[in-house]
Design a binder for this molecule. Structure first.
Ligand SMILES: [Cu+2]
Length: 419
């Protein structure tokens, strides 16, 4: 049978949806369409009130206490939280450094949000993490997102040798790397296999490594602005995912958001990265930036979906792309989150307030007081000039490196930075 292993399922579900045997259990399914439910408002972490923050953390913990639905296929996944990591891992070689990256993660986040609400009585939306607010002149380590009581907890135990595998070549080391030392997840046990998903339980702690240098280099408003100035979807997603996984090349915002907190066996592993709960607020931030870019020319950009479905060959060596299309994504491409929710066409997630989706993002710069938005502070001329300078520096770096991976023939190259 073609469905005897998880890998076979991963391949079979891609592109052959007519044959996909729908699992009996689809706990979340479609949500009521726009207008049938109040719109969900995704706020920046520090815009949430303290009780709202605590409630999100409670719901995440609840997901890791709820039995999963994948025990037959992923025996090491003990909880619903880990099922999300498993689905993401199974799909990893098909959803990163390629064109369905943004629509796939948009649908994955929506499914996560629905699961929090349906399984764990959460009434809010996913918060996003705007790490540009933690870049200089601010200090990443002091970010409220790491608060041990009202946040996701802070750094991991300092490892003697911080250069663990899977750290991109050339990246400066973070300050942790070992088990997380405080916060609501410090006592967590993760079970899901880091290797083959059919493998045995792989019990471990959640690791963290806060990386101030990566925050300063890449997690900035200037990096975000360069993304927003891209002329079309293809260059947008390429810029966001970075031209290369080598740190000294164009690292980009996606990798930056992962690696400012990434510990081994958790956030530092693209496959199993969603085992750090910060995965979701990070990806919500990327989704916000895509949406803000779309909103600048909405009618045109909700139809702008293009680019190869296959990543460059050096990204996931050893992955099997047999049966996975060689061509470009279209609006009819099915986004597949396994058993977590039914496959949906890409077109269904292009607009976040039309059709099946129903949410919006706040302005991360807005300050809130007692649940009310305060007027924005104007930038001074000096600040504007400084910002433009930083954007131009970043744009030049992008222009220099964008052809390394994404240029003509880039997708055919192999033996890249991992090799
Ligand atoms: Cu991902």
């Amino acid at each position: 049978m073609r469905f005897t292993t998880v890998v076979a399922i991963g391949l079979a579900t891609i592109g052959v949806h007519a044959e996909l045997p729908y699992p009996e259990k689809q706990p979340f399914g479609y949500e009521p369409a726009f207008g049938e439910q109040p719109m969900r408002v995704r706020k920046e972490w520090r815009q949430l009130t303290i009780p709202e923050r605590l409630d999100y953390i409670r719901a995440v913990k609840c997901m890791h206490e709820t039995p999963g639905i994948y025990r037959d296929l992923i025996p090491s996944s003990m909880t619903l939280f880990e099922d999300f990591a498993g689905v993401h891992k199974q799909q990893t070689p098909y959803i990163h450094w390629e064109s369905q990256f943004l629509p796939w993660h948009r649908y994955f986040l929506w499914t996560w949000e629905n699961a929090l609400r349906k399984q764990c009585d959460y009434e809010g939306a996913i918060p996003y993490w705007d790490y540009a607010l933690d870049a200089p002149p601010n200090n990443l380590k002091e970010s409220p997102i790491f608060d041990p009581e009202h946040g996701f907890g802070g750094d991991g135990f300092k490892l003697k040798d911080p250069f663990y595998p899977l750290i991109p070549p050339g990246m400066p080391p973070g300050s942790g790397g070992g088990c997380q030392q405080d916060g609501p997840f410090a006592d967590w046990t993760l079970h899901i296999a880091r290797g083959n998903l059919t493998g045995p339980r792989d019990d471990r702690c959640l690791t963290r490594s806060i990386n101030d240098k990566v925050s300063r280099d890449w997690c900035t408003r200037a990096t975000e602005e360069v993304i927003k100035r891209q002329p079309n979807y293809q260059s947008l997603y390429q810029n966001m995912q970075g031209a290369s996984i080598q740190y000294t090349q164009y690292f980009g915002l996606h990798l930056c958001g992962h690696f400012i907190v990434a510990g081994p066996g958790a956030g530092a592993d693209v496959y199993i990265g969603s085992t750090d709960p910060l995965f979701f607020p990070h990806h919500a931030n990327l989704d916000r930036i895509w949406w803000e870019w779309q909103s600048k020319d909405l009618e045109k950009r909700v139809k702008d979906m293009s680019g190869p479905l296959r990543p460059p060959l050096d990204r996931f060596p050893g992955s099997n792309y047999t049966g996975f299309p060689t061509g470009d994504i279209t609006m009819d491409w099915y986004l597949d989150v396994g058993r977590l929710a039914p496959p949906v066409r890409t077109e269904n997630v292009m607009h976040i307030q039309r059709g099946m989706l129903n949410y919006k993002y706040t302005n991360p710069l807005a300050k809130w007081e007692d649940g009310h938005e305060l007027p924005l502070e104007e930038q001074t001329e000096e600040e504007k000039r400084e910002f433009e300078k930083a954007v131009r520096v970043m744009e030049r770096r992008w222009a220099t490196f964008k052809n390394v991976t994404w240029g003509p023939g880039g997708a055919q190259r192999s033996g890249g930075v991992w090799g």
